[in-house]
Design a protein around this ligand. Structure first.
Ligand code: SAM
Length: 231
């Protein structure tokens, strides 16, 4: 399967394993991952955030309930909320989540946004689990037409040492553990380059309820809520 599907499948597998109830996808673009996750029966709340509002049009269409959703009695309630805003800003709507995913997001952030990202996601949102994926630049020589990055909007692409030292630093600062893996295995004989997409899975080491999170962190809204879909 194509790489993006492998990334989404990786998240789906994690969801089946850990059964989070509230999942947010930062940089959700056209909401493909959210759309896939709506079929995971453990999930009660899905949220998407993107700085660009245009792809939501497609996303909203994709996420709108199907006739079957009305015909079948709901076994659980599911609410999907889409927000327009930046991961460089704190908004209380992102508090109390079990899992927050950032798939191919960080390499699109400008330097000042990337600097704010750890405090917003790990300090403020502080979900039980965070998954971050980003290109592994060591794999690039095996890809055609990488000049110098895989996509013209990428601000950087890190090798494994760069990503891991950034991630370990965050884990230390915000009391998370982190494990590294990836998707898109290298061809036989080229194993030393690692996965095409590198992934960090962070798990919060302290426990925190959504109530205490909200109580300790009152903040004004910074995102614009563009859509609320209830099933
Ligand atoms: N996560 C999706 C996926 O894996 O298919 C989309 C990844 S796309 C390469 C990166 C997305 O991040 C874009 O939709 C872009 O608009 C969004 N983005 C860039 N900077 C952002 C920011 N500061 N806050 C929120 N989203 C941002």
């Amino acid at each position: 399967p194509p790489l993006y599907k492998q990334r989404y499948q990786f998240i789906k597998d994690l969801v089946w394993k850990y059964k989070p109830k509230k999942v947010a996808d930062l940089g959700c673009a056209d909401c493909t991952l959210l759309w896939m996750l709506k079929f995971c029966s453990c999930i009660e709340v899905l949220a998407g955030l993107d700085i660009s509002s245009t792809p939501f049009k497609e996303g909203e269409h994709r996420l709108s309930p199907l006739p079957g959703d009305y015909l079948q009695p709901a076994e659980r309630s599911l609410t999907v909320t889409l927000h327009h805003g930046s991961v460089a800003h704190k908004d209380p709507c992102m508090l109390g989540f079990d899992l927050i995913t950032c798939i191919e997001l960080i390499e699109h952030l400008e330097e000042p946004e990337l600097e704010k990202f750890p405090e917003v996601v790990f300090g403020f949102m502080a979900p039980a689990m965070v998954v971050i994926s980003t290109p592994n630049s060591e794999f690039n020589p095996l890809l055609p037409g990488v000049t110098p990055f895989r996509h013209p909007d990428h601000k950087f692409e890190w090798n494994r040492a760069e990503f891991q030292s950034w991630a370990l630093n965050i884990a230390r600062s915000y009391d998370y553990s982190v494990e590294f893996t990836g998707v898109g295995p290298p061809p036989t004989g080229m194993e030393e380059v690692g996965f095409c997409t590198q992934i960090g899975v962070f798990i919060r080491k302290y426990s925190q309820t959504s109530e205490t999170a909200r109580f300790e962190k009152p903040t004004k809204a910074a995102y614009k809520t563009v859509s609320i879909i209830c099933y």
